[in-house]
Each structure stands twice: as structure tokens, then as C-alpha cells.
Design a protein around this ligand. Structure first.
Ligand SMILES: Nc1ncnc2c1ncn2[C@@H]1O[C@H](COP(=O)(O)OP(=O)(O)O)[C@@H](O)[C@H]1O
Ligand SMILES: [Mg+2]
Length: 252
């Protein structure tokens, strides 16, 4: 029986450099099973590199990365939804199961259920070119979850979308996380998005991937539009922004 509460991750002394320049610098990090972790940091500080290491798409030069399960199922969501234009929405969502050899009569109901969760129950037969940017991203989220991953990695997934669409996508992602036990590591440029979604926010420094802030956000889930305006939310956001900007000032 598959592990159903999400992957635990344990990084010790993880070091990755390119052309002699450290990008991730002897990083220690523990991620608890089922945690929603947001990572923020200036452009080029190594966020995507770290996600690739977590996904085993790249290998560290030094250090160890232990995952709680050997046969961990990992899904990755990028800013570009990367849908196949010649496939319908439902067939895009079902694709990972098709690649695993799951028969159509099993994969289609699973895809339908996920599309309903992201509010696209009526768009199954449409093709990607008929969808807005936000709808394409919802299809991409549904596709990522179809294999019921233990670990979901997202690399600035909603950065290209307008604020209103982004807020809706945040809520879809939150409800997917609340209904599918999994660990989420979410890279974003937006401090308020990080505080809104995550249990815990870490800030990476420029020029050497160290953690300059590791902050637990003790607000209950689900968070709602009203949470974004609440005093506790604004207080947490202020603390994270001050740490982020304080560090940027030191570097300037
Ligand atoms: N495969 C690679 N080869 C050489 N340099 C790389 C490679 N991948 C990333 N880098 C460099 O590592 C640094 C961090 O990149 P990245 O992890 O993409 O940052 P972020 O996602 O935080 O913007 C950048 O300076 C980038 O140019
Ligand atoms: Mg990046």
C-alpha cells in the first residue's frame, strides 16, 4: 500500500555549483510529510536548482538528500502549462496514467474527478487553444495530481497570470493539497502568495543558496480571501517582507 501522507525530505550539506560558482551552498533542510513549504528569494539565487535536486532531475556535488520513500512519486508544475495542443483537456489530464498503462475506463473517471475539483468539469472536451491562461494552468495542476504524487514541486507556476486569476489558482492549489495528502514545495516571487498558501516559508539568499529566514505561518487552513486582509496575515507578511528586504539591502 502506497504511503499516503506525503514525502518527508532530509537534506544535509547539499552543495551544487556551476562553473566553480556555488549556487546551493551546503544547505541543510528538513521537510515534514504533508508540509506545504514555500521558497522565495531573488532571481538567480538557486530556487529552480533546488527543485531540480529535490526531483532528482539533477545531482548535488556534495551532501545527501534522503526521501522518506524509495519509490516516491514526484510531480512537477512549471510556469508554462506544457499542454499537448492536439489532445483534449481530459486526455491531457489523463496522459500520465496512459503512460503508466492504466486502461481508459479507469483513467477517464479519475481525470474527470480532478477536473471537477479545479472547476473545469464542463471543459473536458475542449482543446488547449480554447482555454485562457488560468484554465490551462488548472489543467496542468489536475494533470500533476492524477498519479497522486507524494511530492508536488511547483516552480513559479502562476507568475504569468493576473492577480485575480492567481488568487483563484492559489485557492485551487490549496484545496488540492487539503484533499490529496502530499508534500508541496512551491517556489514563488510573491511574498503574499507564499504566506497565504504555506505552512512554512523559507527565504534563500542571493549568491549562494543559504536560508536567511525559516518562518512558520501558524494560520489555520483553509485560508480564504478574507484571510488576505486579516491582521494576523498582514503581520506575518510584514515579518517575511522585512527579512527579505533587510537581506536584499545588506547585499545592495
Ligand atoms: N545547468 C546550469 N549550468 C550553468 N549554470 C546554471 C545551470 N542551472 C542554473 N545555473 C545558474 O545557477 C544560478 C541559479 O539559477 P536558478 O536555480 O535557475 O535560479 P532561480 O530559480 O532562483 O532564479 C543562476 O546563476 C544560473 O545561471
Ligand atoms: Mg527559477
Amino acid at each position: 500500500m502506497k504511503h499516503r501522507q506525503g514525502a518527508g525530505l532530509k537534506l544535509r550539506g547539499i552543495h551544487r555549483q556551476f562553473e566553480g560558482r556555488p549556487v546551493i551552498n551546503h544547505l541543510d533542510l528538513d521537510v515534514a510529510p504533508g508540509e506545504f513549504l514555500a521558497i522565495i528569494g531573488p532571481s538567480g539565487c538557486g530556487k529552480s536548482t533546488l527543485l531540480r535536486l529535490l526531483a532528482h532531475l539533477d545531482q548535488a556535488d556534495q551532501g545527501t538528500l534522503d526521501r522518506s520513500e524509495a519509490d516516491l512519486d514526484v510531480a512537477f508544475v512549471f510556469q508554462d502549462p506544457c499542454l499537448m495542443p492536439w489532445r483534449s483537456v481530459i486526455d491531457n489530464v489523463a496522459l500520465p496514467l496512459e503512460l503508466q498503462g492504466v486502461p481508459r475506463h479507469h483513467r477517464i473517471p479519475a481525470a474527470e474527478a480532478l477536473l471537477r475539483t479545479v472547476g473545469l468539469g464542463d471543459a473536458q472536451g475542449k482543446f488547449p487553444q480554447q482555454l485562457s491562461g488560468g484554465m490551462k494552468m488548472r489543467v496542468s495542476l489536475a494533470r500533476a495530481l492524477i498519479t497522486r504524487p507524494d511530492l508536488l514541486l511547483l516552480d513559479e507556476p502562476f507568475a504569468a497570470l493576473d492577480d485575480i486569476t492567481r488568487h483563484h489558482l492559489d485557492d485551487h492549489l490549496q484545496s488540492l493539497w487539503l484533499s490529496h495528502p502530499m508534500t508541496v514545495v512551491f517556489v514563488t516571487h510573491s511574498l503574499s502568495e507564499a504566506v497565504y498558501l504555506a505552512d512554512r516559508v523559507i527565504v534563500l539568499s542571493a549568491g549562494g543558496g543559504n536560508i536567511t529566514l525559516d518562518y512558520k505561518v501558524p494560520l489555520p487552513h483553509p485560508r480564504t480571501a478574507a484571510s488576505r486582509l486579516s491582521t494576523p496575515f498582514i503581520d506575518h507578511l510584514r515579518t517575511v517582507s522585512e527579512a527579505f528586504e533587510g537581506h536584499s539591502r545588506t547585499l545592495a
